[in-house]
Design a protein around this ligand. Structure first.
Ligand SMILES: [Zn+2]
Ligand SMILES: [Zn+2]
Length: 129
């Protein structure tokens, strides 16, 4: 099987979902079009696409890395470590900060999808157990 068709169906699956998917969820979707594809092929292709900057690969604190298409509007996440809820963080705020970091370090930042951990306002208001 040619890699290009695997990549094509992975990108299609991520775009159709319009959300984060784990490698397993990507595999389930791609299997509908390519029934013989196996999970390790999917995983290797996902890692390669992430390295090439076509998709993002982010540790969102769950059981597995999540993948997302970069054709969505840029956005980032705040993740509550107590309830697991994820909030979307505007790209503008992050870009301002990235620019400062880039100026000071000379580093060209290639992170397109950032996950920050903390405690959400709702959980902060809950009495401690
Ligand atoms: Zn996201
Ligand atoms: Zn919370």
């Amino acid at each position: 099987m040619r890699n290009t068709s695997v990549n094509h169906f992975i990108l299609l699956a991520l775009e159709e979902a319009g959300a984060h998917l784990t490698a397993q969820q990507v595999h389930e979707r791609v299997k509908a079009s390519l029934p013989s594809v196996n999970p390790s092929t999917i995983y290797r292709a996902l890692e390669r696409l992430a390295r090439e900057g076509l998709i993002s690969m982010t540790d969102m604190g769950g059981e597995a890395m999540v993948f997302e298409t970069l054709s969505l509007p840029p956005h980032h996440h705040l993740i509550c470590q107590q309830c697991g809820h994820t909030y979307t963080l505007d790209d503008g705020l992050v870009q301002d900060w990235f620019q400062q970091v880039q100026q000071q370090s000379g580093f060209n930042i290639q992170t397109h999808h950032l996950a920050l951990y903390g405690v959400c306002p709702y959980c902060q208001q809950q009495p401690k157990p």
